[in-house]
Design a protein around this ligand. Sequence first.
Ligand code: HEC
Length: 209
Amino acid sequence: MGNVVSDFLTGLPGLVVASNITPDPETGIGSGTDGEKIRAIREGVDKNGNALFPMMPYTGYRFMSDADVEAVVAYLNTLPPVRHRLPKTSLEFPVNLLVKFAPQPTGRVPSPAIADPLRYGKYLVTLARCGECHTPKDKNHRPLPGMDFAGGEVLATKAGTVLTANITPRTWIPELGTGRRNSSKRRPMNIRNTRSMGRRCWPGRKPSP
Ligand code: HEC
């Protein structure tokens, strides 16, 4: 079926199915209003008022600006509707109860200052939830203090185990980050450095310490 996430990721609390988000009115989200779609994306509540399993990254998307989420929905509305009926996510106890506490109201979210690259970068890193994978957590899934983006989260998949990389400046672009974390002192990034990093990332490289 492809989008039954629990078929390929281990450790999920039950059957987790990524929804059909095409505009098909019966099997997709076509019968919902734009406001309901925005609420699902940013707050994690579907049009029937049910909390979504937070694998759908709404806890990060809640920082998506009004203009950006409206653009996302405008785009989704143009997708060709695909009739594709799926089983419903069904979570095991106690996650089926705990999940009800995950959604949070968003309110209005102003657009980030695109002209300020550091702020805008932070906005993008938040939305893309880089820290969700790259920041190691304690056993209660709380980020370890002082370890933001330091890698080491273990992602268990049925195809094997993956360890997330340390993406703090000391290791990830040695020619740019000399261990100083103060990005304002860094040399400007350029395409050549980006390419050389691409080679470094190729299989065979040593794992980050
Ligand atoms: C779903 C989990 C996940 C998310 C989200 C994620 N990453 Fe990663 N990232 C990984 C994993 C796993 C690796 C290591 C892959 C490997 O070892 O082959 C990685 C590797 C990297 C690398 C290469 C590091 C190296 O050692 O060369 C960089 C850079 C990186 N991620 C940056 C980011 C940024 C920036 C974001 C957000 C925009 C992000 N990642 C979001 C899981 C994630």
